[in-house]
Design a protein around this ligand. Structure first.
Ligand code: NAP
Length: 461
């Protein structure tokens, strides 16, 4: 029997393991989800919304278990209290718009015609979730999919193997029927085999570009709808009129929070030449304040990366950039806890350019490159010189300028004076290799349902 294991970044030991489900059993579970979907969809939307929110509330009651469990699984320090803020904000927002988002679009209601577009759930939705924000990324699809009348099967990342299990437990304890929301422990082959057998009506995959490609390949020819939320290399651009301290604070937090393991984390920063020196100096001071260490220690502000192989990628990119002329500004002596493994000191690189892998490939760690620019044109060109496009963070006092620059950027979201945030009222989406589709907002509901058109011509005697 294959075991799926979570190796804890805290001490490198197995923290949890579960047997991978055999294909035949997984197919049976999908069958149960399909059967349950019909009656779930017949319930009024208000009832589904209420049950989902009850599940969310039940999970909140588990906070004392969830927070240390997250630290053990993926290294986030306990002082941050898990990810309940975003988890609840997203759930509550989608609940508040569900009925409206799902209501029919009436085109005509006259004595001659009824013409409208109704929204129907897809059926069984499959959610494949990553470890970096394991609850928040999952809820983006789980909550609206269930509210829309789909049943959901979740397969969580091995690194956060307990998260899907816990979410499902909370929802079932809150009254969601067991077959409506199921967690399956699946290895890659079984996942691919289920997808290829057309088990699902819609798949939301959040993870790496390589993972996204595998899922797309598995789904080829099945015509299963796919939402792909993949990697990023998000830039910040600090203009000459920016609020410098606010820019340093938000961009450094965006680059390093969660050990830099955020899909919309800041990975490269372009600063107008007039502010460059001050920005770099303040950023170094900001990052130097981190306390790297055991995430279960309440004093720790920067935990280990989730896995030593992720830290190895960051170390490789930094070393490669330095060998090509980049300068590393954070003194490693400030972070004696860096063990060459999962515990990794943060880093800021200057004298970087786009010939370096560090400035082009996703780093997904607490390291960021800073470049000087002369004007908006140069900044736009550099920001677009990338295969990814999730968010950009523009720093200026001029919203018109931000909008003008935004129209020239290849990205899913344009932020001004903000970064590393997901607004559940807006569509979470990306361009280029960051994927396709969109979650949250009213459009997220549309992607989790299909339109059905009614054209009813009345008989007039
Ligand atoms: P990952 O290795 O691609 O894994 C993501 C999920 O997909 C996990 O559940 C993983 O399961 C599963 N998976 C990967 N390859 C698979 C395959 N061939 N067949 C079946 N399942 C497969 O990504 P990750 O390292 O967990 O997450 C980090 C990546 O996610 C980063 O690139 C980040 O930018 C991206 N991300 C994007 C967003 C967004 O909104 N765009 C949000 C969060 C994260 P196992 O763990 O069992 O391998």
């Amino acid at each position: 029997m294959t075991m799926i294991k979570c190796i804890s970044p805290v001490n490198g030991e197995v923290y949890a393991e579960r047997p991978a489900m055999p294909l035949e059993l997984a197919k049976q579970a999908v069958g149960h989800a399909r059967l349950a979907q019909k009656s779930w969809a017949k319930r009024p939307v208000e009832e589904r919304v209420k049950l989902v929110l009850a599940g969310v509330a039940r999970l909140n009651e588990m906070v004392d278990e969830v927070v240390p469990e997250l630290a053990w699984q993926m290294g986030r320090p306990v002082r941050y209290g898990g990810e309940f803020k975003g988890f609840n904000e997203r759930s509550n927002y989608v609940a508040s718009i569900a009925a409206d988002a799902l209501k029919p679009i009436i085109v005509e209601e006259s004595d001659r015609f009824e013409r409208r577009i109704e929204r129907e759930p897809h059926g069984v939705v499959f959610v494949i979730a990553p470890w970096n924000y394991p609850y928040m990324t999952a809820i983006n699809t789980v909550a609206p999919a269930l509210m829309a009348g789909n049943t959901v099967i979740i397969k969580h990342a091995s690194q956060t193997i307990l998260v899907g299990e816990r979410m499902v437990r909370a929802f079932i304890e809150a009254g969601v029927p067991a077959d409506v929301f199921q967690n399956l422990f699946l290895d890659h082959d079984t996942t691919a085999a289920l997808i290829a057998a057309k088990s699902f009506d819609f798949i939301n995959f959040t993870g790496s570009v390589e993972g996204g490609r595998s899922i797309e390949r598995a789904a080829a020819g099945t015509f299963t709808g796919l939402g792909l939320e993949l990697g990023g290399k998000d830039p910040g651009y600090v203009m000459e009129d920016a609020d410098l301290d606010a820019a340093v604070d938000t961009l450094m937090d965006g680059a390093t929070y969660n050990s830099g393991q955020c899909c919309c984390g800041i990975e490269r920063i372009y600063v107008h030449e007039s502010l460059y020196d001050a920005f770099v100096e303040k950023s170094v001071a900001w990052v130097s304040n981190y306390k790297l260490g055991n995430p279960l220690d309440p004093e720790t502000t920067l935990g280990p990366m989730a896995n030593k192989r992720f830290a190895a990628t960051v170390r490789h990119q930094v070393a490669d950039a330095v060998s090509k002329g980049a300068k590393a500004l954070i003194d490693p002596k400030l972070f004696p806890q860096d063990d060459g493994g999962a515990y990794l000191a943060p880093q800021i690189l200057v004298d970087v350019d786009h010939s370096m892998e560090f400035m082009r490939e996703e780093t997904f760690g607490p390291a960021v490159g800073i470049m000087k620019v002369k004007n908006d044109g140069e900044a736009i060109e550099l920001m677009n010189d990338c295969q990814y496009g999730l968010t950009v963070s523009l720093w200026t006092r001029d919203p018109e300028r931000a909008s003008r620059i935004g129209r020239n950027l290849e990205t899913g979201t344009v932020f001004m004076n903000r970064a590393d945030y997901l607004d559940p009222a807006l569509c979470w989406t990306g361009v280029k290799e960051t994927g396709r589709g969109g979650s949250l907002s009213i459009l997220g509901f549309h992607n989790l349902t299909r339109p059905k058109s009614y054209h009813l011509k009345k008989v007039t005697a």
